[in-house]
Design a binder for this molecule. Structure first.
Ligand code: THG
Length: 266
């Protein structure tokens, strides 16, 4: 299966999106998500967390606006189980729910909510002690999360484990740790899916796009099945399409060649 691109742009932590949401500028959001869909996003991530006190109404408005504009499903992105539950009731296509974790409060609220729902789930390898400190610990947490989710009936291929990418700038082992974690997850939980945000790897460093792009190629090599990225970043998407092709997931190199013809790979 081709790599799953989750488009990250509809996030109120981005100034332009925050302004558009505050002004209820539907044209801006519609234009943005149409471009993400055209560029190959399989899901549109929607994160309304940055305007404090407005998360619920912003999420409702964004979902209505986005779902009238594109036919790809949304990825509901919030740490708040109540907001995810409210948002879930508003989706028109099977969503990805981002996210559950092993943090007690979130875990205990999310499991009963997810039971019996038709959706994909992103599961963060986070618990109440914080971020994982080794690739073995990521794999252990992935096994716990997968066990709990499969236990309530979520099929393995709808579980997307997020190993949680940590900055390389303050700990040189964090890149390799993530690569080992993805390999370990695939070995211990065959058929499971994996995803992550990339940008933490380059936190505090210059030339971040170059770091993120090289890291994505390495993660795909380790077996990562998807990522939360900017589908309008042509270089990042060129990496995705080229690696998909090199892994034999692009019959006759068709997608690669059409991206070249469209001027997206130059
Ligand atoms: N895992 C999961 N979900 C996530 C993350 C993750 N959701 C949120 C985040 N991390 C992924 N989403 C984004 C969205 C936007 C940006 C980065 C990650 C972004 N970053 C630019 C930067 O960091 O410089 C800002 C550029 C701008 O303002 O336009 O835009 O890890 N499961």
């Amino acid at each position: 299966m081709k790599f799953t691109v989750i488009g990250e742009r509809i996030n109120t932590s981005r100034i332009a999106v925050r302004d558009a949401v505050a002004a209820r500028d539907a044209a801006y959001i519609v234009e943005d998500v149409k471009r993400q869909e055209a560029a190959g996003a399989a899901y549109i991530d929607v994160n309304a967390g940055a305007r404090l006190g407005h998360e619920t109404e912003d999420m409702e408005w964004l979902l209505a606006t986005i779902q009238s504009a594109v036919s790809v499903p949304v990825c509901l992105d919030s740490p708040d189980p109540r907001l995810l539950e409210l948002a879930f009731a508003l989706v028109s296509r099977e969503p990805l729910v981002n996210s559950i974790s092993l943090e007690r409060e979130r875990y205990e609220a999310m499991l009963p909510f997810l039971k019996g729902k038709e959706c994909g789930v992103i599961a963060l390898c986070m618990d109440d002690t914080g971020l994982p400190q080794s690739s073995d610990q990521v794999v252990e947490r992935a096994i716990s999360l997968a066990g709990a989710l499969e236990g309530i009936g979520v099929p393995r291929d709808k579980i997307h484990i997020d190993p949680l990418i940590q900055p390389i700038g303050t700990d040189a082992t964090k890149g390799y740790m993530a690569l080992e974690a993805v390999r370990g997850i695939n070995q211990q939980l065959p058929g499971i899916r994996t995803t992550c945000g990339l940008s933490n790897i380059s936190f505090g460093l210059p030339q971040r796009k170059f770091i993120n792009q090289a890291f994505l190629a390495l993660l795909m090599g380790a077996g990562l099945t998807g990522a939360i990225i900017d589908p309008l970043d042509d270089r990042m998407m060129a990496t995705v399409k080229t690696v998909d092709m090199l892994f034999g997931r692009d019959e006759y190199c068709a997608d690669f060649l059409s991206a070249v013809r469209a001027g997206q790979i130059v």
